[in-house]
Design a protein around this ligand. Structure first.
Ligand code: BT5
Length: 323
């Protein structure tokens, strides 16, 4: 059903400078004119403005910014990522749904995306603020053939892919803050959450959660986040079309993931280092075992951050970083 709708939206977009007839659409999509008419009506209900002119056909005048599959699909340039997609208006957390789908055998590349989350999850029980219709709140199912010890590679490759997507789509300079933040002008625009199920020698599945502030305005942010958070709209001064951005994110993520599977972690590590906010700087890493202060040198083969202290190099596997 949603594939037919995607095809119709695609045709309307491609022909939006003129008209496309119902007959032409039914021929290209391969369904009846009555079916086309039914879908056009449903699109209108969903907020599309579609003009119908006798003897000319249909013309798209306005497209709402939703993250529904029929919105993403016309932009999608991936092999697997986003080919299966679940779209939800409101949910506690897309992570919870993605875990269920993964357990039920959903294929790699399946995406769960929501317009709003009530209890978006951060790391260690923290909350991710996810207001309606202004962000990309999504979870991606991966099934990488790697041991548990290498799971942190996935957070790093996701940061690299998402950074690439934002830069391509907006031209903004994005910095990566180890382990899971993307910053613009020193403020957090995106957080990544890697959750997984697996055993010592094999991961069963990974859920990569991505929370990106896209059209969140300054006054939308709760007071405590105003100093530390930002959005693409705040930084560019314009509204960003979320559906095409999401398609770009999936494309860049897939590309980065395929490079990782084919060439290994070192190819990703190089890209990561190009975008890292902290290398060569003095930082403090707060870990569960205490604080480590020193110069951030690089990341190692496991994805741990290496900090040069007065007593030697210390690898840090999980921490909060003060820049
Ligand atoms: C993260 O955690 O940065 C990971 C966030 C992942 C969210 C996505 S949304 C889709 C998927 N479904 C979910 O339920 N989660 C994932 P962490 O490093 O722990 O950062 C959390 C901290 O960031 C909070 O304690 C706040 O200080 C700050 N924060 C919360 N919401 C924010 C927002 N919208 N923008 C910027 N900072 C925020």
């Amino acid at each position: 059903e949603h594939l037919i709708k995607s095809e119709i939206v695609k045709l309307l977009i491609e022909n939006s400078t003129g008209y496309i007839s119902g007959e032409e659409m039914s021929r290209q999509v391969g369904c009846s004119r009555a079916a086309i008419w039914k879908h056009i009506e449903e699109l209108r209900q969903a907020g599309y403005e579609i003009e119908a002119r006798p003897r000319h056909g249909y013309r798209l005048k306005y497209r709402p910014d939703r993250l529904a599959p029929e919105e993403i699909h016309p932009h999608l340039q991936t092999e697997r990522f986003g080919r299966e997609m679940e779209y939800i208006c409101f949910t506690p957390s897309t992570q919870i749904i993605a875990h269920k789908r993964a357990k039920d055998g959903a294929p790699e590349g399946t995406v769960v995306v929501a317009e709003e989350q009530a209890e978006g999850r951060g790391r260690m029980g923290r909350v991710w603020y996810s207001p309606p219709k202004t962000g990309i709140w999504m979870s991606l199912i991966l099934r990488p053939p790697i041991p548990l010890a290498e799971a942190s590679h996935l957070t790093i490759l996701a940061s690299v892919g998402v950074r690439e997507a934002i830069q391509k789509e907006t031209g903004l300079d994005v910095q990566i803050k180890w382990p899971n933040d993307l910053l613009i002008n020193g403020k957090k625009v995106c957080g990544i959450l890697t959750e997984l199920r697996g055993e010592y020698d094999q991961i069963h599945y990974v859920i990569t959660g991505i929370g990106m502030n896209v059209n969140v305005s300054e006054s939308d942010f709760p007071v405590e986040l105003r100093k530390i958070g930002t959005s693409l709209a705040i930084e560019t001064g314009r509204t960003i079309h979320r559906a095409s951005l999401l398609a770009t994110i999936l494309k860049e993520l897939e590309q980065t993931y395929f490079i990782y599977l084919q060439e290994g972690f070192s190819a990703i590590r190089e890209k990561w280092e190009q975008g890292a906010a902290m290398l060569g700087k003095i930082i403090t890493a707060r870990t569960a075992q205490g604080s480590v202060t020193g110069v951030a040198e690089r990341i190692n083969e496991q994805g741990a951050l290496l900090i040069r202290t007065s007593t030697g190099i210390v690898p840090v596997y999980s921490a909060e970083i003060d820049l």
